[in-house]
Design a protein around this ligand. Structure first.
Ligand code: ADP
Ligand code: MG
Length: 680
């Protein structure tokens, strides 16, 4: 008997070549085949009369062959076979191109079911190359709902229909029921075999809906069980609770009172730390909501309890910035901070590592290299990852294991719609900072076209004359004739030479070396660069309060959340700040999308719109590695089901854990396969 995870080559008719073609569709195993769900269906169930056929509307009809098929050889490579069909309503002439063999299959006087499309012009109508089946045995090509699959070179729909049929047949008895019976009963879900058969070969659309409902639930259930297990692995580890301690010396150091939301998040963290298990918490707050202070409070609690904190920033620039702020905060409290980044000199690095190893360094700030490099900690017990929406579930699990299950605090500046954060951060408890520090001004945002360029340039100059600085973000690094997008390199050059020769225009992009980037960023923060032209590398976290204007070129190329993030780079100081989206897009939909940004400064609202408009794949763009790939379930449409499945998973896990070699576990491993280490 075939096993679900056997390679596709175990099926008859699938050799190495076809297997390679299928691999392009990510189909490698029998399970991949049967889980390669149709992207659409074509309804061929209804029979029409010939007289009712409409031009360009494919349909099924029953007809008798009323002429002997005749093939004419027109020229090399072109044979035409003609035949006349009829039913009680009309006659129809049909032409087959290069299908000589048709004459052997369409017999004079016999009835067949046809499926084809009428083509017509002034001279009349005819049908070309319809498919057909004998009246007695329809059901493959006609009189059914035909699944339509996503295709690739060499793989036709017919090949997939056949291969999937064969895989279903081979696995008929090994299609395991991964859903516990009580769950199936509670949510009225059909069984696995029926669901898989039906989604590929539905008898009708009601049956299809039943199958889809089950498969979506199944996928979310598997995901939820996997996620809960990962979480359990991290939290079942005992941890010595922190002593309840007084945080007021820390608060007294702050130049401002905390917002209510900051206070609440800190309370939640303090409560976590006093429990006998590791903290796993996400702090989510819009740009500028003051997450750093919340992280600092957590680090303070760790330090008071004699433990080290590692604060990881996504870039060295940001690490330096954090170090700068936190040092000022912690020094008066007698807590030592240390910065460890790749660009430190050898001696400084050695000194930092020594201080980390012997415990003199209490709050250690750096990038991911902190945990992946050869740094040995004295008493690391709290890991804080800042701006970490790029960090997947599995990576968190791996990281936590590596550092000996410390407390984990993730800070995300990307407001993620609640539902999506269930997926991305379902293994974490959530604190939301939904309040900005008082006195923040909204950033006035405008959408303008190329025609405004002269006025824009004047506006830039006005900001600079006023002593402020300007960001200009371009969608591309280099000039590219095909796309006609503004490139950072060329645009910086043009601005410097022709528009602002008397000002300093800087350039920053992701292809520059780390040290070069730091240098440019350093000059910008010191005010030595007036206008910084860059790609989205500045998106994350940099804090230059003197910058008051953000221009985004080809704004249509960016996602809303990304634009919101970019906009967050300005408005960090006391001065009125602006964001100008430049776009000449003619798409009304895109304009609407961009207008939404002009109308609100609320990151969560924007994120939700972004998700609704573009779906989760685009929402995260290229950067998202944490999402498993769902096959049937849609993160935009099926979120109610996700919630139910999560509850069901929690109930299920309350009574048992899946056996390591159970079908459920196999599917969990397959779903999280990009984090393979987690479940091995
Ligand atoms: P985030 O990381 O959430 O984007 P930051 O922690 O960088 O935000 O804080 C943004 C700015 O707001 C910083 O300059 C910080 O000093 C300031 N800030 C933080 N909390 C408060 C507060 N409660 N009151 C006033 N200013 C605050
Ligand atoms: Mg921050």
């Amino acid at each position: 008997m075939a096993s679900l995870f056997d390679p596709v080559t175990t099926l008859p008719g699938i050799g190495p070549t076809r297997a390679q073609q299928l691999a392009k569709l990510n189909i490698r195993t029998l399970y991949d085949l049967i889980a390669y769900f149709p992207r659409d269906y074509e309804d061929r169930t209804r029979l029409r009369a010939i007289a009712d056929l409409e031009v360009d509307q494919p349909a099924c009809f029953e007809a008798i062959v009323i002429s002997h098929p005749r093939t004419a050889h027109i020229r090399q490579g072109l044979d035409l076979t003609k035949v006349t069909l009829a039913d009680q309503t009309a006659r129809l002439s049909v032409t087959f191109f290069n299908q000589r063999y048709i004459a052997d299959h369409l017999l004079y006087g016999q009835s067949y079911i046809f499926y084809g499309k009428l083509e017509g012009d002034a001279r009349g109508v005819q049908m070309i190359n319809p498919v057909f089946e004998p009246l007695e045995s329809p059901g493959i090509l006609t009189r059914r709902i035909l699944p339509l699959y996503g295709l690739t070179a060499g793989i036709t729909n017919k090949i997939l229909v056949k291969a999937i049929g064969a895989a279903l047949h081979a696995c008929r008895n090994s299609l395991p029921e991964v859903l516990p019976p009580q769950v199936r009963q509670q949510f009225r879900l059909c069984d696995a075999a029926y669901a898989y058969e039906t989604i590929h070969h539905p008898a009708d659309f009601d049956a299809l809906a039943v199958a889809q409902k089950r498969l979506i639930f199944e996928e979310f259930f598997i995901f939820s069980v996997g996620l809960a297990m990962m979480r359990a692995r991290r939290t079942e580890i005992p941890h010595i609770p922190y002593a309840v301690c007084d945080i007021s010396p820390f608060l007294a150091q702050l130049p401002f009172p905390l917002t209510g939301a900051q206070q609440r998040s800190i309370d939640e963290i303090a409560a976590d730390l006093q429990k006998p298990k590791p903290m796993n918490r996400l702090v989510q707050g819009d740009v500028g909501s003051g997450k750093t202070m919340v992280a600092a409070a957590a680090a303070y609690l760790a330090a008071v309890n004699g433990k080290q904190t590692a604060l990881m920033a996504p870039t060295e620039i940001l690490a330096e910035q954090h170090h700068h702020h936190l040092q000022a905060l912690f020094e008066p409290l007698g807590i030592s901070t240390v910065l460890l980044t790749g660009s430190l000199g050898a001696a400084a690095k050695r000194a930092a590592k020594a201080a980390i190893a012997d415990g003199t360094a209490q709050v250690i700030i750096g990038t991911h290299a902190l945990l992946t490099g050869d740094v040995s900690f004295h008493s690391l017990d709290l890991v804080i990852a800042d701006e970490q929406h790029r960090f997947g579930v599995g990576q968190r699990a791996a990281l936590s294991a590596k550092a000996g299950s410390p407390h984990l605090l993730v800070m995300s500046a990307t407001p993620i719609p609640r539902t999506l954060s269930l997926i991305l951060y379902g293994d974490l408890d959530l604190s939301i900072i939904d309040e900005l520090p008082p006195g923040r001004q909204t950033i006035d945002t405008f959408l303008v076209g190329e025609a405004m360029r002269p006025r824009l340039n004047a506006f830039i100059r006005k900001q600079v004359d006023h002593g402020n600085q300007v960001y200009i973000v371009c969608p591309a690094v280099e000039e590219n004739e095909e796309t006609a997008l503004k490139s950072a390199e060329a645009w910086a050059d043009t601005l410097q030479r022709t528009v602002f020769p008397d000002l300093t225009v800087g350039l920053l992009h992701g292809r520059m070396k780390g040290a070069e980037k730091e240098a440019v960023m350093g000059r910008f923060s010191r005010g030595e660069i007036h206008i910084l032209v860059s790609t989205t590398v500045i998106e994350v976290g940099v804090d230059v309060p003197n910058a008051t204007l953000m221009l985004v070129e080809n704004a249509e190329r960016f996602g809303l959340s990304q634009l919101h993030q970019l906009r967050g780079r300005v408005g960090r100081g006391k001065e009125k700040s602006f964001c100008v989206l430049i776009s000449d897009t003619r798409s009304t939909e895109t304009r609407q999308r961009l207008k939404a940004l002009c109308q609100t400064n609320d990151g969560f609202q924007i994120a939700q719109q972004d998700l609704d408009l573009r779906g989760p794949g685009d929402f995260f763009g290229q950067r998202q590695h944490g999402l498993p790939t769902f096959k049937v379930a849609s993160l935009t449409c099926d979120l109610d089901t996700l919630k139910l499945a999560q509850e069901a998973a929690a109930n299920y896990l309350a009574d048992q854990v899946p056996e390591p070699d159970s079908p459920l576990m196999a599917r969990i491993r397959a779903l999280f396969s990009n984090h393979a280490t987690v479940f091995n």
